[in-house]
Design a protein around this ligand. Sequence first.
Ligand code: SF4
Length: 695
Amino acid sequence: MSEEIKSFQCPYCGVGCGLFINEKGKIKGDFEHPANRGDICKKPLYLPKVFETGRIEKPLYRENKKDNFKKISWEEAYEILAKKFSSLSPDEVYFYLSGQLLTEDIYVANKLVKGFLKTNNIDANSRLCMATAVTAYKMAFGSDGPPCTYEDIDDADTFLFIGSNAAIAHPVLFKRVLNRKRKTENALIITVDPVETETAKKSDVYIQIRAGTDTVFLNSVLYLLHKRGELDYEFIEKYTEGFEEALKEAEKYPPEVAKEICGVDEEDIQIVADAFAKSKKLVSFWCQGLNQSVNGTMKNLALINLHLATGRLNERGCPFSLTGQPNAMGGREMGYLTNGLPGYRDVRNEEERKFMEEFWNTQGIKDTPGPTITEAIDLILQDRIKLLWVVCTNPVISLPKVNKVKEALEKVFLVVQDAYFNDTVKYANLVLPAAQLGEKEGVMTGSDRTITLCKKFRKPYGESKPDWQIFTEFARKLGFEKAFPYKNNREIFEELKKATKGRLCDISDFTYEKLPKRWGKRWLYEELKFPTPSGRARFHPAVFEVANEEEGEFILLTGRLKNQWHTMTRTGKSPELLKGEIPPFVLMNPEDAQELGIEEGQEVELISKYGSAVRVVRFENIAKKHLFAPFGYPEEFGDLTNTLLSDRVDPYSKEPDLKYVKVSVRPLTCSSASERLSHTSLSCSSPDGESSREA
Ligand code: SF4
């Protein structure tokens, strides 16, 4: 690869594709990268067009949110921040980071907050994404590292997608699965989902399940396999513990019981049981469909239980959690959630805390996890958190119960550090322009533990700076010059990699020059020895629970749009990617629509206990009395989807229940829709859903 061609990791999903930008500014897949081997999907192709669109150029400030922003210098910005921080106690400030930051950015922010500001008031948008998978992996295997890699796709014959629409959310990975299927006799792809998604349409078997009931379905598969004597009892005996308790829970759900709860046929349970019993190698993939649930950890554990009970690890299979964001894995390695410390350490572990104190030459890291982001919103409203610093994420769109979030953002002193103007900036007091992809250098880790160097190929836009540099300069302003001496990202990488020495995610001998490279062996637990106190993997009883706090005829699910990335900050600026995705729509079963006299293309108002949103109806094969509305549309497109959602969380991972809320549906006539949306001109009858609302 010539020096003029710069490689980087895709800034979108967690597949972590290696890309490069050539001399003409075109983005292509990197054939030498193990995650994608030259493949690429549509989303990153349009990146160059938005490198400079909607960017924040200079630091901006206003004390009063009713005033306009004033341009200020970086020195003035640090001065304002230092003054604010000196007037607040450590637990009155809160940092909310992102899985789209580089590992070097995350490390410096976490070091500053946990090591020197002496607060664990730091969380990341992984809380909305991978927190549940992290929790379940740790409970089952003793660590958060994904047990297998993408190579496991290439010799598997059976694939189970449950709670994952990988065909649109992780397209390059899904194409790899389809390629494997084409080359493999009797290969089987099974998808379990309430919606017949693109993944389901390309699968051999589609099982339509009632939302929220995956724990029951998977428990029933375990029950059935045990009843048939088709479990791997030798594996269970040698390498695991807790099987009896897990089985006892599963026995509550024989197929004749499960089918009623899940809305499936008994045969569907048998198909999945057969796959676990008979396939050569079975890889199961899951994502937010299992994670973003009040029962999320249990759903994850029910799936992992099946793998343990059938010995489906390493050469025989793998439970593979797909990460949502490009560097959620790097964030996990650096411990950027409320409880973490670098090298998969935990603030609650005295030895690990002491190690980091010595490593950072500091004292007093707190030994209890801080509040999560949804708890922080409550603390803001209680006046206990007074400053919120949001970095590279857009909580006003992505957090649940938006009306409450807005109230909190209006109240708090809000710092937004971002490359782009987004809807959260509207609530900010201080805006710090951050350099984005290509304007800074550093590493990211994809879903299968492969670390990629993202090279710099552009000058930072305006006065923007790399995030690590902003935190470094602010730390120095506070007097921590000695601990934050970094002149460049390489110095940070050299430091952070030492913190991983001897840990599961040991990258201490990695160098920028030899990336991409995966940490750990192909199979993280190759010897079937697990980092748990007993060295065994752990079954857990997977207890079923479903939210029952609201009334409404329909269950609303939320999720991604095919060609958009999260809150559309970049992808939404590209007309090519927006085509077919606006106006905001809701998927509805045609039979349900007929009962309510709703036609395709008609606008409806979705009403929950927490708010309402207008959407255009599209027909889809979705379970009856279920709806699906994509999240992520910015306010310029109308009501926010997450306005409808509750902020209840999974009790173990504290991940919000983003995929389940009861709503009612009110069909809108042209006149009622016009009244509600007076800023738009409407024509109410576009069946393709592409042009019924013109902004
Ligand atoms: Fe980027 Fe994901 Fe597409 Fe790969 S599959 S190019 S990582 S969005």
